[in-house]
Design a binder for this molecule. Structure first.
Ligand code: BV8
Length: 233
């Protein structure tokens, strides 16, 4: 039995992290697509660095919620019976709440807030502080660190691992995403084409084609869904 789960901002909402839709896709009156892009970074690097500095700080104040912890329990218990790769989380989120909630098999397709990428040497470094003052890259010493995040118009990370996780999964669950950003939004259809049963767990229906939909706050409905799954298997 293999379960692959795609998560979005909605799973972290119950940890107090605003989703993109909550803010109507805006941040300080900027459209997120306009701030989260290479062009924005070229045009106004300080604005973009500040956008991520504030979110990097907020994430470190947040705690994983019952939904994150339930997915970690699913990975542990299904893994015990069906092998370590029984559960894979593909997340669009750039926070580390899945990991702090206990999940180990997490693919960050849009990068991570707590990582900095050097545009000179391509070195990556765990980073909890600010990037706005142009700190030197620990590897090459040049002050060219950017958020290690996939912006609009940039290719996603870990494509091979993502498609491997789609290959032979029996269940593909989508949790807390509006399904507006590609290629993430197309993964459920790809999984269905490969024979997976698809389920949406979200605050509201998103109009996508799922075999099953369970609506409500993730912190409430995901633990129930996990316990039901674990009794079935
Ligand atoms: C790429 C990092 C090749 C930055 C992000 C095909 C068609 C149309 C457009 C495109 C396409 N292919 C590519 C594109 C362009 C673009 C795109 O999709 N644009 C959109 C705006 C149409 N995609 C790309 O550029 C991607 N790259 O494809 O490369 C390429 C290159 C050039 C040109 C073409 C192709 C890269 C996209 C990655 C962008 N980076 N994140 C950052 O975070 O700052 S995306 C970012 O926004 C998130 O990572 C996430 O993916 C997205 C927001 O989506 P959600 O997570 O779903 O959040 P949202 O707020 O929208 O929804 C929350 C949901 O939760 C709601 O449904 C709500 O009801 C629910 N909810 C709320 N509370 C709760 C809850 N559910 C449960 N419980 C709750 N308590």
């Amino acid at each position: 039995m293999r379960i692959t789960i795609l998560t979005g901002a909605g799973i972290s909402a119950d940890s107090g992290i605003a989703t993109f839709r909550d803010a109507d896709g805006l941040w300080e009156n900027h459209r997120v697509e306009d701030v989260a892009s290479p062009a924005a970074f070229r045009r106004d690097p300080q604005l973009v660095q500040r956008f991520y500095d504030l979110r990097r700080e907020a994430v470190q104040q947040a705690e994983p919620n019952a939904a994150h912890r339930a997915l970690a329990k699913l990975e542990r218990e299904l893994g015990a019976a069906h092998g370590d790769d029984a559960v894979t989380i593909i997340t669009q989120n750039i926070d580390d709440l899945h990991e702090r909630g206990g999940s180990r098999n997490v693919i960050h397709m849009h990068g991570e807030l707590l990582s900095a990428l050097c545009t000179s040497c391509e070195g990556r470094h765990r980073w909890k502080g600010s990037l706005i003052d142009g700190p030197d890259c620990p590897s090459c010493g040049i002050a060219t660190l950017r958020p290690d995040i996939v912006w609009f118009g940039e290719n996603i990370y870990h494509t091979e691992a993502i498609y491997r996780a789609l290959e032979d999964c029996d269940v593909f669950a989508v949790i807390g995403t509006s399904g507006q950003v590609y290629p993430a939004a197309g993964l459920a259809a790809e999984a269905a084409q490969r024979g997976a049963r698809t389920v949406l767990l979200n605050l509201e229906s998103t109009g996508g084609l799922f075999d099953d939909e369970q609506l409500g706050p993730a912190a409430e409905i995901v633990p129930v869904w996990v316990d039901e799954l674990l009794t079935e298997i």
